[in-house]
Design a protein around this ligand. Structure first.
Ligand SMILES: Cc1cc2nc3c(=O)[nH]c(=O)nc-3n(C[C@H](O)[C@H](O)[C@H](O)COP(=O)(O)OP(=O)(O)OC[C@H]3O[C@@H](n4cnc5c(N)ncnc54)[C@H](O)[C@@H]3O)c2cc1C
Length: 399
């Protein structure tokens, strides 16, 4: 059914994940007619989505959209590498159902249940003036870098020994685990609400990335060593397996009327895998572009993208010791530069200043490891040692 009475839709949005739904919803609110296509348009989003609370855009504040989009917040998550740093910022866990509720499709959007492959995407120009690919990162047959993780949800009481009194663990690079099978990984531990905590062993970037089963073994040994009860680990409240392609989809056609948005369009941060905050921030400008006939703005400047690319290259190639020195340097940045590094839409001068700050505070051996990593032609193999030998013990704080 065509809501325009025989003409073309203003915009066809392909993919109704967070990005497609946000774009389709806000386009409809701006008066555009929309066609939205997804093989499972009503499938709930099961991934645990998080962002920094200060990144929630004003149009998603409770006063503006009528619902609380954040299920829970936690102030001052802690970073260990191995020195302890409190990140002085409020971390938010998205209530996925509330986010969907805040992004209604309404009568202005015609929803179709179908998959659209690359070869069929240009055909949509027979039905809409503009086509926006929101089918997510990577694409079919993706062989590029991935973030992988294995997580379990425990009751707050069962998870308490893992947190050691900290409110949340943003990245815990300490090596208090038994195995040497997964390469460099960290523990991420976030309360989902007052009663439940997500504990996740994460490989930030790998090509190939470790299988979640390997990460599961490491998580288990780490948590047992910290005093979490084996009975709790044997019966978690939920399990989360994470697989995030860290690169956008290749462009489908050289036609300015076909664009991409969300992780398909590069809103994912190549070095952290986060995308939700940058994508939500970009929605108003994308809608304005579609209303006005301009191209959708790029997610960030070419210089920022290049810097993120250098970061990803280093993450994929650095050995265990170097990576932990790098994140030790991240922990020593002031809060402002930590934000500049983490926020996906930071301008290039901010990303450069954050990366420079990390570089200067790394010990000489870490700097040598970073240079070797960036110059190394091949990514680190998945598995025990990485290119530089077995996992190093925790390092004393540098600088
Ligand atoms: C377990 C997990 C945890 C995560 N945690 C975070 C987090 O804390 N913070 C964060 O910022 N990011 C996180 N991410 C990354 C997360 O995937 C993205 O942030 C977010 O879901 C991307 O939204 P998107 O709409 O761009 O793509 P997706 O969520 O991948 O949505 C793509 C949509 O396109 C549809 N689609 C796919 N193929 C087709 C096709 N051929 N035709 C039509 N439709 C199609 C799919 O059905 C889907 O609805 C996490 C990811 C995972 C897997």
């Amino acid at each position: 059914m065509d809501t325009t009475g025989g003409g073309l839709y203003d915009v066809a949005v392909v993919g109704l994940g967070p990005a497609g739904r946000a774009l389709a919803s806000r386009c409809a609110a701006s008066g555009l007619t929309g066609l939205a296509i997804d093989p499972r348009p009503d499938a709930p989003w099961r991934q645990t989505l998080t962002l920094w609370a200060d990144q929630l855009p004003p149009w998603l504040a409770r006063d503006a959209c009528g619902v609380d989009v954040l299920a829970h917040t936690v102030r001052g998550p802690v970073h260990y590498s191995p020195g302890r740093t409190v990140l002085d910022r409020v971390y938010g866990i998205v209530d996925n159902s509330a986010l969907r509720e805040a992004l209604p499709l309404g009568a202005g959007v015609t929803v179709e249940t179908a998959a659209v492959d690359d070869s069929r995407l240009p055909d949509l120009l027979h039905r809409a003036h503009r086509v926006v690919d929101c089918r997510g990162a990577g694409g079919p047959g993706h062989r590029g870098p991935l973030q992988t993780a294995y997580g379990i949800v425990l009751s707050a009481a069962d998870a308490a020994p893992a947190l050691g009194g900290d409110p949340a663990l943003f990245m815990d690079w300490r090596t208090d685990h038994d195995d040497d099978e997964a390469g460099p990984t960290f523990l991420y531990a976030i309360p989902l609400d007052a009663d439940r905590v997500l504990l996740e062993e994460t490989c930030l970037a790998g090509q190939p990335a470790p299988d979640p089963a390997v990460l599961e073994a490491r998580l288990r040994s780490r948590l047992l060593r910290r005093g979490v009860a084996g009975s709790a680990l044997a019966a978690p409240l939920a399990v989360e397996r994470v697989r995030i392609p860290l690169t956008p989809r290749p462009p489908v056609a050289d036609d300015p009327r076909i664009e991409a948005f969300g992780t398909a369009g590069g809103h994912g941060h190549a070095a952290t895998g986060y995308s939700i905050a940058a994508m939500l921030e970009a929605v108003p400008a994308a809608v304005y572009a579609l209303v006005s006939g301009f191209p959708i703005p790029e997610p960030r400047s070419p210089a920022s993208t290049a810097l993120h690319g250098v970061g990803l290259r280093a993450l994929l190639r650095a050995d265990d010791r170097t990576l932990r020195q790098l994140f030790g340097a991240f922990g020593r940045l002031d809060g402002r530069r930590q934000r500049w590094f983490l926020d996906g839409a930071s301008p290039s001068y901010q990303v450069a200043r954050a990366m420079w700050g990390m570089w200067v505070s790394m010990p000489a051996r870490g700097k040598a490891g970073m240079v070797a990593a960036v110059l190394r032609p091949e990514p680190r193999p998945a598995g025990p040692a990485g290119p530089a030998g077995p996992a190093a013990p925790d390092l004393p704080e540098a600088g």
